[in-house]
Design a protein around this ligand. Sequence first.
Ligand code: FMN
Length: 504
Amino acid sequence: MSLKLEIEMLEPRKEFALPAGMAGEGTIQFPPLYPEWLGDPEFRRLHAVRFNYVVGEMARGIATPRMVVAAVNAGCMGFYGSAGLGLDEIRAGIAKIQAELSPAQIGWGANLIYSPQHPGQEAATVDLFLETGVARVSASAYMRLSADIVRYSALGLSRGPDGEIARSTHVFAKVSRAEVAEQFMAPAPEKMLRELVESGAITPEQADLAARAPVAADITAEADSGGHTDRRAAAPLFASLSEARDRVCARHDLSPELIRIGLGGGIATPHGVAAAFAMGAAYVLTGSINQACVESGLSLPAREMLAKASPADVAMAPAADMFEQGVEVQVLKRGTLFAMRGKKLHAHYREGLSFETMSEKDRAWLEDVLGEPFSAAWDKTRAFIEKTNPREAERAETDGNKRLALVARRYLFMGAQWAREGDLARKSDYQIWCGPAQGAFNEWVAGSFLEPVENRSIRQIALNLMEGAARLSRAAQLRACGIPMPATAFSYRPLQFSWSGQGR
Ligand SMILES: Cc1cc2nc3c(=O)[nH]c(=O)nc-3n(C[C@H](O)[C@H](O)[C@H](O)COP(=O)(O)O)c2cc1C
């Protein structure tokens, strides 16, 4: 595509000649198309952002306060990676974000993880969010609604000046299944609201409003992504959630305007962003690609590994916290043996083996992986488990298979720690959550200023993705009107944006 056409494509009120033989006047006029106009305008208004672009939470502070601040300053939204952090650390992170942003910069939030296996944790986190004024919460891993997420949502409800229901607490529900989405799209169940009123957690008026409003007005459809993932394909998932919204709204007599559906998972190039908006996504959410950015909490050696990945360089590996249940996470495969080692460990566990009953060869392999004798690894594991789950520690004393599982869990957990800290001696054990998005991004930016990790910033990536998506959207719009478009109109090379974000 010529540079002239590239510039003309986005110009306001540009006239394009229609091909000979087409019906009409011979020319067609288009209104302008700006990156700022992609996605639902209500999303921009409510969350005070310039772009419908969300930088997703990444656990244990990989989505740092600095990353959140960079996202907001670039006109986007950002979620702090608060999952897996202690309350004090979350509090400190929130304070950092609040110190850097003005009160008008409200487009940020933190992450709340469904944790029925840790009673009290969700309640304490919600209390902290309410106390510190976190007005946006991304709720993830939910299988069903919990009283705490309903409490957080209901406490922010009030009657607006025109009688409409206003919110001061906003839930973003991250889901990959319609049956979970429907629970967040619908008003909270009556019984749950009644119990919250009875316990004094919410007022009768808040319960009354909550019975007429969705629990979450922003639903993030999460397709095949880094970390925990159902590996859903984006288009069928988005369609499924759109249908779910229509069903829920009809059932509860709600306006479909009250529920916005965004799309994340695999979004890494202008093509992905344009496709999401073309499907009707209210906003897009990125994850994996932000992990290699300068604002990420991941170490430089691990970020450099990410920058070399291609789309197929990912694999599923056992999750540290749900090893026994066989839950898996999507991780980087290239440059680390973590996925292969994790899978082998899980296979030994599934066979019912213990260190003592493993073959001599496998015992030698395991001690090589652990980097120490099994007995030393068990001593360290036991010291930790005795504090967090004494019953499990006691059981493992007499159950060798359980001992193997606990030592494996510690190894898997440490894999993420070594990657965060950049422990060079343990590079082949790095656990780096990553989806195919990272490889697609690397291919797109190859040879551009965004190839080196030191140039990968939240701002440059977001602006390039949104600008590129606007251009691709325009090319698609012109083609759909019958105007012949060169194949090159559907590719966009990254350009360095100036600090103001207006020029290049
Ligand atoms: C390193 C990493 C950590 C993540 N941690 C969390 C988390 O704690 N909570 C959560 O809801 N999502 C988490 N995610 C998912 C992202 O927020 C986002 O939904 C996902 O990465 C989008 O898909 P993508 O990886 O294909 O871009 C994580 C993703 C990555 C890559």
